[in-house]
Design a binder for this molecule. Structure first.
Ligand code: GLU
Ligand code: MG
Length: 672
């Protein structure tokens, strides 16, 4: 989650004093990259995935399960091994299984987390899509090989009993430390690299109180109602922030959490695409934006917080609240006096504006209330940037830089991007537009960030591959998914509802086809090529009538699999669009079969034939003999859930109750 520069971090009051300078230098650095890279052309599609893991300690016969805080040791062991193997040393574990490029492991916010990426970006060929799953499995294996026998990397979005009373980490530390001031988790829960505790402490300080992460509790048969979070302590007097709960921070019927770790301790699956040039990157950014909430609901995997079943299915809003540094003035709780503007969203939020120069971007799709810094916009435009893109960055730059290192304030270096990245990397929007790093070969990139991590590498590969294919279909068929951007905010809220994937409707564009026949890409046998299938494009284009006529409320099934209304009112479905794209390409039978297995998983998740992880986890908890129908996910239930999750990825799948309900038949259709 960003850069790990070292230095002397400034506490909040000092950082605030230097915020203007960081912003000013950040803008200069941005203009410098923009001027150097705006004409950059890259012909190959490259892309990458990022998988985040929790590290747990689990033993079948030992009741306690904990989060292992050995991130640094594990990363150290991995790095040492990697170094040795790159020197040709004798580290058979890595050399045997690693192939030519080993995966790369990174730290994450939680001291119990790891992140892993492939050793080099994925390329243009369809065959690369089939390498993703084995590579993800390899990453998991390598990570596991560098852990203690009782430690496992697992891909649950959140640890179900993070912050519950009792022991939930190894080693165990009591709350509550100076940085987080949490009632529930110790400071040691965060990665000790100075950036992370400073980020948490300065967010809290800027906000003037602790972050407030409240999740509606799931009301089961025996859940007392109104429900009062029984783990909240109203009698603590160690920090002034202990007053928060006495001032109403923990409302009835909500699971109350009070630290950045409850959000940024969650895991996701992110995909980054390199565009062939800035124009394509800007288009990709816009077209992927409406897909965000759909993919969030479809990957829902977060039904438990702090030992209680929640009434929501996804992590998004919790992370949003966990890093919300807005002051009472910015939140609109007090008249504006010291701050510059009201800010409607947290730093972690759905993105707020479109950036493409596509003529199909109607001004009605933009948010008329977008908050921007007009001075920043002016500077960018004076530097040659167009107003649409300048708006985007002038919006990101309404925020303060949170972590500033004293050493970086001495001299502006236009060959670096540290000040720009400071703001960019702490604007955690659901799509991120990434300029090329200075002095590198990399092009303009777009990162798709909303998806929840899935329990198995099969699912993680399926969703990664789907995102690559739909992106190629968008570009190849020149598809148009524009809806007013504020509708994406509404969709994001909808995605939180329990089982939204089956029960709720999302705003989506009715006719995605272009008004003119798309220009075929040159045919070179890779993902880049392809021509639109005429059958798909035979419908008349959307006339530019009222914007409200362009979109409708649709179920995820209709959006993914298509709706069969009358011929003027049906939606083709994202999966059929991907299938059409594949039909237009020369994909060999075997590859096509493997890809179809991934698409089939997603198709079935969308139509309810298969459950989301959120649903399966709920089902597991509610069917456990020790669950008392009171929303409490106790230690034994947690133990067995973690055991099941480990078993699923380690060949013990047949022992896990109802696993086929969310993964489908265990046998692979294409082998043999
Ligand atoms: N773990 C965060 C999430 O679940 C993302 C952190 C990052 O940007 O790497 O969204
Ligand atoms: Mg990450």
């Amino acid at each position: 989650m960003g850069l790990l520069a070292l230095g002397t971090p400034l506490d909040w009051p000092e950082a605030k004093k230097n915020a203007d300078q960081v912003r000013e230098w950040g803008i200069k650095q941005l203009l410098s990259i923009w001027n150097k890279a705006k004409g950059k052309e890259r012909d190959a599609l490259l892309w990458g995935d990022e998988v985040e893991y929790l590290v747990v300690t689990y033993e079948k016969d030992k009741p306690e399960v904990t989060l292992s805080l050995r991130q640094a040791d594990i990363l150290h062991a991995l790095a040492q091994d990697e170094e040795l193997s790159s020197e040709g040393g004798c580290v058979p574990a890595l050399q045997d299984i690693g192939g030519s490029t080993l995966p790369i492991f990174h730290p994450e916010f939680g001291r119990f987390m790891l992140e892993a990426t492939p050793g080099k970006p994925w390329g243009i060929g369809f065959k690369d899509l089939l390498d993703v799953e084995p590579n993800m499995k390899l990453r998991r294996k390598i990570a596991k090989d560098h852990m203690n026998p009782e430690e496992y990397p697992i891909t649950l979005t959140t640890y179900p009993r993070l912050g519950s009373p009792g022991t939930f980490t190894t080693p165990c530390f009591p709350p509550s430390g100076d940085k987080l001031r949490s009632q529930f988790v110790p400071d040691e829960i965060a990665n000790p690299h100075i950036r992370f505790p400073t980020l948490a402490a300065n967010i809290r300080s800027r906000r003037g109180r602790k972050v407030q992460v409240n999740v509606p509790v799931f009301k089961d048969k025996n859940t007392p109602w109104p429900w009062k979070d029984p783990t909240v302590n109203y009698d603590l007097h160690k920090w002034k922030e202990d007053d928060d709960v006495r001032n109403g921070a923990s409302p009835d019927n909500f699971i109350h959490m009070d630290a950045m770790a409850f959000g940024m301790g969650s895991c996701c699956l992110q995909i980054t695409f390199q565009a062939k040039n800035i124009t394509e990157g800007r288009k990709m950014y816009d077209q992927l934006s409406p897909l965000g909430p759909i993919m969030l609901a479809l990957t829902a995997a977060t039904p438990i917080y702090k030992g209680f079943l929640a009434d929501t299915d996804v992590r998004w809003n919790q992370i949003s609240a966990a890093v919300d540094d807005r002051t009472p003035e910015e939140l609109g709780e007090k008249p504006l006096e010291h701050d510059r503007w009201r800010i409607p969203k947290s730093r972690y939020a759905p993105n707020s504006t479109y950036i493409s120069e596509d003529p199909r971007l109607r001004k009605e799709y933009l948010d008329p209330n977008l908050v921007i810094d007009p001075d920043v916009k002016q500077q960018l435009m004076d530097g040659g940037m167009d107003s649409v893109l300048a708006n985007h960055f002038a919006h990101l730059f309404i925020r303060d830089p949170i972590v500033i290192f004293a050493e970086d304030l001495q001299k502006l270096d236009l060959n670096k991007t540290d000040h720009f990245e400071n703001l960019q990397s702490t604007n955690w929007q659901h799509i991120r537009f990434k300029p090329p790093p200075v002095g590198s070969d990399i092009g303009w990139r777009v990162e798709f960030r909303p998806m929840e991590i899935q329990i198995t590498d099969f699912e993680n590969a399926a969703f990664s591959v789907f995102m690559v294919l739909i992106t190629r279909a968008i570009l190849s068929f020149d598809l148009n998914f524009y809806i007013p951007i504020t509708k994406t905010d509404e969709n994001m809220e909808t995605a939180h509802k329990r089982d939204a994937v089956l029960n709720d409707k999302f705003y989506f564009r009715k006719n995605p086809f272009p008004t003119r026949a798309p220009r075929p890409y040159s045919s070179n046998g890779g993902l880049n090529s392809g021509t639109a299938s005429p059958a798909m494009l035979s419908r008349p284009p959307t006339p530019s009538g009222p914007v409200e006529d362009e979109y409708a409320l649709m179920s995820i099934d209709e959006i993914m699999n298509g709706s069969k209304g009358d011929s003027t009112n049906d939606f083709p479905g994202l999966i059929p669009l991907v299938e059409s794209y594949l039909d237009s390409m020369n994909v060999d039978v075997e590859t096509r079969c493997e890809l179809s297995a991934y698409l089939s998983l997603i198709r079935k998740r969308a139509n309810g034939t298969l459950w989301t992880a959120a649903k399966w986890i709920r089902h597991f908890v509610q069917g456990h003999e020790e669950y008392k129908s009171d929303s409490v996910v106790g230690e034994k239930v947690n133990h067995d859930l973690i055991g099941a999750v480990i078993a699923i990825e380690n060949g013990g799948i047949k022992d896990v109750r109802d696993v086929e309900k969310f993964l489908g038949p265990v046998t692979k259709p294409c082998s043999g």
